[in-house]
Design a binder for this molecule. Structure first.
Ligand code: HDE
Length: 721
């Protein structure tokens, strides 16, 4: 029997939406009901007289309202708030040595991708800037079917076993009696759970670090978290960790700023991603792999199957193998971003799982959750979830089935239909699971190799810059400061003390508490009812390195200001040259420049030119920008001096350690702010202030913006803002 699989290869490089007949185009069309009847009056319901009751007979009204009543579907139980983009993935070099996955071997392919970024704890309408892990899910529409890499922006996780996931999420979600607080871990139930779960300490370090408040979804890393396997054509396996590296570098905002952004623009990240793509500044991420030969499985100070551990890049370098470019916004949020269904079990030949007990649990959860969220086992037929290759099997019927299957058979094997559809041999691309020898007792248990809960938490803390460490300490002081039960704070201090003594002591000072001499015994409360306490005590394994450069954002690239948002404060009378010099220099570097003035519309420059205003002080806020500049022009600056919001803008940008630039009379606005030592007179008071660029060329201002933040200012006299 001949078995030819039709592969629509050229279609793969097309836009996914081009392959979907459902794309609506209502241009020039008439309004209809869902059944195609042309509608004559969409303004008035059918009534018994002009002032009479509405008639049940009005099927047009009833159809419209019924559809509206059912417009919402359950939000995701976790990762409810998200935003997404289409793009392509291009491979730098074939990975045939490690994997037979076709999209990791064909350097000419432009594999379409759909990426959804998310927060975890908050509801669909919550703020983008919550302190939280970010989801980083990528669906590759490959010629061998869909491959989903469903990761996060942090390389480790809170728990080691899937059975604890509902507990973790119940603890972090708003408390059940009053549904407070929204999208925040700073409350008793979360920290109560964490205080009893020492395995979460490494992840806690990440979540309390600035990684949890990214400047942009375009400026954060992504991680597959679990160890996976790559399988080559000979059936040989290598372990692999997946990474996404953003080409714009890894940058964050500060906590005070994050909280204010949540008020000024809760859609900050969503808007930033959408606008960057609309403006053609396509976000780029390189795919990296850490590859470990099978024989090295037990070579490390930790277990490769333990999702609370990372592999330091010093031990296994990250090899960058390809690039993902996000180049198109979804046409419709609901149809694409809300209905996309990811699943770590959507695999292609050449990639396989490991026995990581967290991953194993996920393999059950994702299909199960789609059934209640999307309401039907046919969710794979929703356009965004369809593979770009044909689907043939004997699965049939169900809610909202789209495919019209033909023929008399829906079973296999069959002769009536000549045996179709056939199973695929491995050589034809049929998926085969990697063979693994298993000889074990059936037990509920955990390997002792999972019990070093603190060493990598310490490694992470030690790897941070001084500023990052101080932010982490303040984050813990904030979060635990919101916890009402003192015994919970106390237990966390006991755990932090296992990570780093100065860390615990600094947090304790902020809380007005003492670090307990001994962590509460037994330290691990989460032991089985008949478990031997000794067996569940954590162990400490000396790590082969004390610091890892890649863990600190201080070491990221700071050589570009591409897509950074710069505010220029002006009013009538702004100097033409001063404004146009800085504006054109910033635009030439790919930054976005916004003109902020006392009112919308236009202002007049000193030469009488009309300059379009982008935002007024009412609609703008310093927290939505990366840097601020005040050009010269006496009249302009005199007008700004009368604007309290203009002065607040500068103080706040300075407080958040951003680049502040001024020229000529513009410097007078700085004099009116709190910046610089009041004892010093004139411009000399700005000389020693990092990131304050006064009367210098736009090049110096650009250099300062590229630094992202001047955290050293946090140790200098603070300005009230
Ligand atoms: Fe998820 N997770 N998860 N998760 N997860 C979901 O699936 C779950 C875990 C991640 O943009 C849900 O479709 C369990 C780790 C992302 O649509 C659900 C466990 C990592 C997204 C689910 C984990 C993730 C989800 C909710 C512990 C990082 C958003 C809606 C065993 C590697 C996907 C949905 C999107 C979503 C279950 C742990 C990442 C309920 C049971 C670890 C990025 O199925």
């Amino acid at each position: 029997m001949s078995k030819k699989i039709s592969k629509n290869k050229s279609a793969i490089s097309k836009k996914i939406t081009e392959l979907q007949p459902e794309m609506e185009n209502s241009e020039g069309q008439l309004l209809t009901t869902n059944h195609g009847l042309l509608i004559n009056d969409n303004q008035n319901s059918l009534k018994a007289g002009e002032r009479g009751a509405t008639l049940l007979e009005d099927f047009i009204l009833r159809e419209k309202i019924t559809h509206f009543d059912h417009e919402r579907i359950p939000e995701r139980i976790v990762h409810a708030r998200g935003t997404a983009a289409h793009g392509i993935f291009e491979l730098y070099k074939p990975l045939g040595k490690y994997t037979k996955a076709k999209f990791l071997n064909d350097v000419s392919a432009k594999t379409p991708v759909f990426v959804r970024f998310s927060t975890v704890a908050g509801s669909r309408g919550s703020s983008d800037l919550a302190r939280d892990v970010r989801g980083f899910s990528v669906k590759f529409y490959t010629e061998e079917g869909n491959y989903d890499l469903v990761g996060n922006n942090m390389p480790v996780f809170f728990i080691q076993d899937a059975i604890k996931f509902p507990d973790l999420i119940h603890a972090v979600k708003p408390e059940p009696h009053n549904e407070i607080p929204q999208a925040a871990s700073a409350h008793d139930t979360f920290w109560d759970f964490i205080s009893l779960m020492p395995e979460s300490m490494h992840m806690i370090m990440w979540v309390m670090s600035d990684r949890a408040i990214p400047r942009s979804l375009r400026m954060m890393e992504g991680f597959g978290v679990h160890t996976f396997q790559l399988i080559n054509a000979e059936g040989k396996s290598h372990f692999v960790k997946f990474h996404w590296k953003p080409l714009l570098g890894i940058h964050s905002v500060c906590w005070d700023e994050a909280q204010k952004i949540s008020g000024k623009d809760p859609d900050f990240h969503r808007r930033d991603l959408f606008e960057a793509i609309e403006n053609g500044a396509f976000p780029e991420f390189e795919l990296g792999v850490q590859i470990i030969p099978e024989k090295d499985e037990h070579k490390f100070d930790f277990d490769l199957l333990d999702p609370t551990k990372l592999i330091p890049e010093e031990l296994v370098p990250v090899e960058r193998i390809g690039k993902m470019t996000l180049n198109r916004n979804p046409d419709n949020f609901f149809a694409e971003t809300e209905q996309v269904a990811f699943h770590p079990g959507h695999l292609v030949p050449g990639i396989d799982f490991t026995n990581d007990p967290l991953l194993q649990g996920r393999l059950f959860s994702y299909t199960d959750t789609q059934l209640s969220r999307l309401g039907s086992s046919n969710f794979h037929e929703i356009p965004i979830n369809r593979p770009v290759v044909p689907v043939h099997n004997n699965q049939r019927d169900g809610h909202m089935r789209q495919m019209i299957n033909q023929g008399t058979t829906s079973y296999e094997p069959n002769t009536i239909r000549g045996g179709c559809p056939f199973q695929a041999k491995a050589a034809e691309g049929g998926f085969t699971s990697h063979t693994e020898r298993i000889d074990a007792n059936k037990i509920r248990g955990r390997s002792r190799s999972f019990f070093d809960h603190f060493s990598q938490a310490t490694l992470f803390f030690n790897s941070l810059s001084e500023a990052e460490q101080s932010h982490l300490i303040n984050a813990l002081r904030f979060e635990l400061g919101k916890v009402e039960r003192v015994e919970i704070r106390q237990r966390i201090l006991g755990l932090l003390n296992q990570v780093d003594k100065t860390l615990a002591a600094s947090v304790a000072t902020g809380l007005g508490l003492q670090v307990p001499k001994q962590p509460e015994a037994p330290m691990n409360h989460s032991i089985p009812a008949d478990g031997d306490e000794k067996k569940f005590q954590p162990v400490k394994v000396k790590q082969s390195i004390e610091r890892s450069e890649a863990l600190s954002m201080a070491n990221t690239n700071k050589n570009t200001i591409k897509t950074r948002m710069i505010a220029i404060l002006v009013a009538d009378g702004v100097d033409d040259n001063s404004l146009s010099d800085v504006q054109s220099s910033l635009l030439a570097e790919g930054a976005q420049v916004k003109i902020i003035a006392p009112h919308l519309g236009a202002i007049k420059s000193s030469k009488g030119k009309a300059i379009k205003v982008d935002q007024s002080f009412l609609t703008a806020a310093s927290v939505l920008f990366d840097a601020v500049f005040i050009p010269s022009g006496n009249k302009s600056v005199q007008a700004l001096l009368a604007e309290a919001d203009a002065i607040h803008f500068i103080n706040e940008a300075y407080k958040h350690c951003k680049a502040v630039g001024a020229e000529g009379e513009g410097i007078e606005l700085l004099h009116a702010s709190y910046i610089g030592d009041a004892k010093d007179k004139g411009n000399s008071k700005y000389k020693t202030l990092p990131g304050v660029v006064v009367d210098k060329s736009p090049k110096d201002f650009i250099k300062a913006i590229a630094q992202h933040r001047f955290w050293e200012r946090e140790k200098m006299p603070q300005v009230p803002a």
